[in-house]
Each structure stands twice: as C-alpha cells, then as structure tokens.
Write a protein that binds this ligand. Structure first.
Ligand code: DX5
Ligand code: ZN
Length: 216
C-alpha cells in the first residue's frame, strides 16, 4: 500500500491550521511541503517559518521538497523547523553525496528529486545511500499541471535500478497525480504518491485521500 502525501501547496494558505488539522484527521501518511526559491524554479512558495508553523499543528511527518539552489545551505534550518524527510534536487546539488550524508547525520530521511528530463541512471551511484527518490511527473514550480506519461517508464526503470543496487529507497511520484494514474504508478513501483490539486480542489479532501489510500 502506497503512502499518501498531500501537498500543502494546494491548501488554503489563509487557513493553514484548519488544513493541517484536516490532514491530521485523514488517511494521509505525510504532509508534503514544497519550498521554491524563484531561482531553481520560476515560482516562490514558502520557507522555514511556514514549515515551522505547519509542524506546530501536524501529527504527521513532514516531507519537505526543496526546489532551491544550493540546498546544502539550509539543511539544519529545515531540520529545526520540523522536517522529517528532506529532499533536494539532483540538478541543484554539486556535491550530492555529501549533502545526503549531512541530511542523514541531522537525523532526517534523505531524498533526491529528479526533473522530468533527468535520467534515473544518474541515481546509480547514490541509490544505496538514500531513503527516497522523488520522480517529478511535472516540471517543478507549480501545482495543478498535467501528468507527464513518461513517468510510468521511469518508475519501472527506477524500481529495477534500486533493486539491482540493493536500495530500499521509496519511489515518490510528484505532480499531476490523480485517481486515473495512481493505480498504474503503484503497479510500476511507486511507494509514495504526492497529490495537491486532486486532493484540495475536492469538496471532500478526506474522502479523496481515503480513496487514494485504498488503492492496491
Ligand atoms: C510541483 C510540486 C508538487 C505540487 C503537486 O512543483 O513539487 O508537489 O504541489 O501538485 P499537483 O498534485 O497539483 O500537481
Ligand atoms: Zn513537491
């Protein structure tokens, strides 16, 4: 059964406490937090103080996705703000292996995200060191975009690569996830599904989360 990580990016930022309490009361496993710097991606979202504010009300682990350049500068700050899983982009990290070791030394689970154009093969020499791979199934920067179909192939390829490298890393799919692709992604090897708009645009987000959670 896959873990479900609703993305707070699609929540009502003016009512964050209520949104987090709704997620506490749902079948969600993690809360996914998208941090954007306006440099690595063309959008600016939220950062350390908002992560801290979410942590104050959340009973679920925080899955923090850093879409920022030089993420190594902020590892400790996000740990202190309450991140349980911290994911950096391969494309933004010059010394990715060192950054992964630092995240783990700070007591968090370490994730690596790759953009739609980045080959899963680039993860070969880091696969055994990481807890999670975030496959971007849209170009990062915005919620509510269309799912890129090539993600199914990448998920299958990544599952084989992780197995060959004896890695227990979870495969997380991020972007455009909905009822129509979730099942196929899980069959291909996805272990965590991020969902933003699909959850929060519904009148009953808890029911949507429960439906995603009930998939094989
Ligand atoms: C995109 C973010 C995603 C986004 C997903 O840059 O990384 O986590 O919130 O939102 P939906 O599910 O609406 O595509
Ligand atoms: Zn994300």
């Amino acid at each position: 059964m896959a873990l479900i990580a609703p993305s707070i990016l699609a929540a009502d930022f003016a009512n964050l406490q209520a949104e987090v309490e709704m997620l506490n009361d749902s079948a969600a496993d993690w809360i996914h937090i998208d941090v954007m710097d306006g440099v690595f991606v063309p959008n600016i979202s939220l950062g350390i103080p908002v992560t801290q504010a979410i942590k104050k009300h959340s009973s679920k682990p925080l899955d923090v996705h850093l879409m920022i350049v030089q993420p190594e500068r902020y590892l400790e700050a996000f740990r202190d703000a309450g991140a349980d899983v911290l994911t950096v982009h391969l494309e933004a990290s010059t010394h990715l292996h060192r950054t992964i070791q630092q995240i783990k030394a700070l007591g968090m689970k370490a994730g690596v995200a790759i953009n739609p154009h980045t080959s899963v093969a680039l993860l070969t020499d880091i696969a055994a060191d990481i807890d999670l791979v975030c496959l971007m199934s849209v170009n990062p920067g915005f919620g509510g975009q269309k799912f890129i179909e090539n993600t199914y192939t990448k998920t299958t390829e990544l599952a084989a690569l992780l197995k060959a490298r004896h890695s227990k890393a979870l495969i997380e799919i991020d972007g455009g996830v909905n009822q129509g692709n979730a099942d196929k992604l899980i069959q291909a090897g996805a272990g965590v599904l991020v969902a933003g708009n699909f959850v929060f645009s519904d009148a009953n987000p808890k029911a949507v989360i429960a439906r995603l959670k009930s998939l094989a």
